[in-house]
Design a protein around this ligand. Structure first.
Ligand code: GLU
Length: 482
């Protein structure tokens, strides 16, 4: 095995990428990159009952969206392919044969009915259900007889019957398992397909994986895997098991309580750089209170030593804040590219690109998520002024409002063009003529133009409205609300 670090993300394509999966992928990516190693994508699709049409393509697209570029993988090539397990079935069969020959595995001919009865017996005796080793004890003659009679069978591994399997987990420290409690895991199913355990171990070895970084839910598989490595005479990779992602109430992050699919976050208008930054801090900490990191910075700062073994709480409010931060970092051009589809999806007419740009310019600093853009821009798509905010309504009833709005309307109407500059000039003149200034001058105009107490910058609003619409809204405000 070479010294180059090689990590892998090995998802089973289920039709969406779980945010926990994104974190696993990211940590593998960061660790490989910060060590100058390689990051590999392997598709673990040998469970035919979980096959979902198009799931792999979807997964590849989501990883690309997140910016996690792998060095080897189904559509990236590399010298250790194929990277899709369903294309490697022969390899698993050969390796299962090796274990049968070396006496580390055995054929099991027990029928589903027999296994069920076994489980019931064990449950009745208060034992943990586990294969009882019936076929492990068959004589070679009995096995040969059953094989030539072509009785359906699986291949099981022989777990040691006593002793402990110990692993030095890079996050959890020493973890040990009592061998007698561990099942003789099925390696090859009766349809000839490998189980996760066989395929995973064989591939991690053949693909030269040096470090396995994955979710805590796989920790229970470790003793089986370690024993398989031993049986093959292979050195196991180093292992690091990441803690669970938790809801704020510390229950396991689940679909019931919110979105778990990366695709849902994308569709709601989270930026990949925000989601990546957020997910990086789920379990890893930089050792300072700094929170904003781009991918390059994460590569520089990342270390497995700083990954925590306590569960990591998924705090949506923090993600929203972070997304707002990244949204405000976008250039106007980037904001237009990112937000136009969200306007369109919400039903806005985006055919006038110049107007759409002005609308986005006016609002994109004020929102946290892409799908908030239409709500923030609603005034630009209405001709009728409607004010419902109680605070805004109350404001229009205060003294001086009428004078300000009437004076402004007169000025605006006299202008040839109302734009940012003439607007500022007109407001200056309103102030001189009425003697009203500051909040008392600006607020009535803001409320009349936008219907809200706070919101986009007024000059930016004026740029979208132009003279006619601005005048119309002021008139409507005077007629309906003042
Ligand atoms: N195929 C497993 C999964 O769906 C991979 C677990 C591992 O990384 O070993 O996550």
């Amino acid at each position: 095995m070479s010294d180059t670090v090689r990590t892998r993300f090995a998802p089973s394509p289920t039709g969406f990428l779980h945010v926990g999966g994104l974190r696993t992928a990211l940590f593998n990516y960061l660790f490989a990159r910060c060590q100058g190693g390689k990051f590999i994508l392997r598709i673990e699709d040998t469970d035919q009952t979980r096959y979902v049409e198009g799931a792999m393509e979807q997964l590849l697209a989501s990883l690309k969206w997140a910016g996690l570029q792998y060095d080897e993988g189904p559509d990236a090539g590399g010298g250790h392919g194929p990277y899709i397990q369903s294309q490697r079935l022969e390899i698993y069969r050969e390796n299962a044969q090796k274990l049968l020959q070396s006496g580390h595995a055995y054929y099991c001919f027990c029928t589903p009915g027999e296994l069920e009865a076994m489980r019931e017996r064990q449950a009745a005796q208060g034992l943990t259900p586990k294969y009882d080793g019936t076929c492990r004890r068959l004589s070679p003659e009995a096995v040969n007889q059953k094989l030539s009679a072509n009785i359906p069978r699986v291949v099981r591994m022989k777990m040691p019957l006593d002793g402990e399997t110990v692993v030095e987990d890079l996050i959890r420290g020493t973890v040990s398992f009592q061998n007698e409690l561990i099942d003789d895991q099925i390696l090859l199913k009766s349809d000839g397909y490998p189980t996760y355990h066989l395929a995973n171990v064989v591939d991690d070895h053949l693909m030269g994986i040096t470090h396995i970084i994955r979710g805590e839910e796989w920790l229970l598989s470790v003793p089986k895997h370690i024993q398989l490595y031993k049986s093959f005479g292979w050195e196991p990779p180093k292992m690091a098991h990441l803690s669970l992602l938790l809801n704020p109430d510390r229950s396991k992050l689940s679909k019931r309580q919110g979105d778990v699919a990366v695709e849902d976050y994308r569709d709601k208008g989270y930026l990949p750089q925000a989601l990546i930054n957020f997910v990086a801090l789920l379990g890893w900490n930089p050792g300072t209170d700094r929170e904003i990191f781009n991918l390059e910075e994460l590569i520089k700062e990342f270390s497995l030593e700083r990954v925590n073994k306590a569960g990591a709480v998924f705090d949506l409010a923090k993600l929203n804040w972070m997304n707002g931060h990244y949204l405000r970092q976008l250039s106007e051009d980037e904001a237009v590219v990112f937000l136009t589809p969200f306007l369109q999806k919400a039903g806005a007419d985006v055919s006038d690109a110049g107007k759409t740009r002005k609308i986005i310019r006016a609002v994109y600093q004020k929102i946290n998520r892409g799908d908030e853009v239409y709500g923030a821009a609603a005034i630009f798509y209405r001709d009728v002024l409607e004010i419902s905010e109680p605070e805004a309504l109350a404001h229009l009833k205060t003294p001086g409002v009428k004078t300000v709005l009437e004076t402004f309307l007169k000025k605006a109407q006299a202008l040839e063009r109302l734009d940012m500059d003439t607007f500022r000039q007109a407001m200056k003149e309103v102030q001189q003529e009425t003697g009203i200034k500051g909040q008392e001058l600006w607020k009535p105009v803001r409320v009349a133009l936008t219907g809200m107490i706070s919101g986009p910058e007024l000059p930016a609003v004026i740029e979208v409205f132009g003279k006619e619409k601005a005048a119309s809204f002021i008139r409507q405000a005077l007629e309906k609300y003042v």
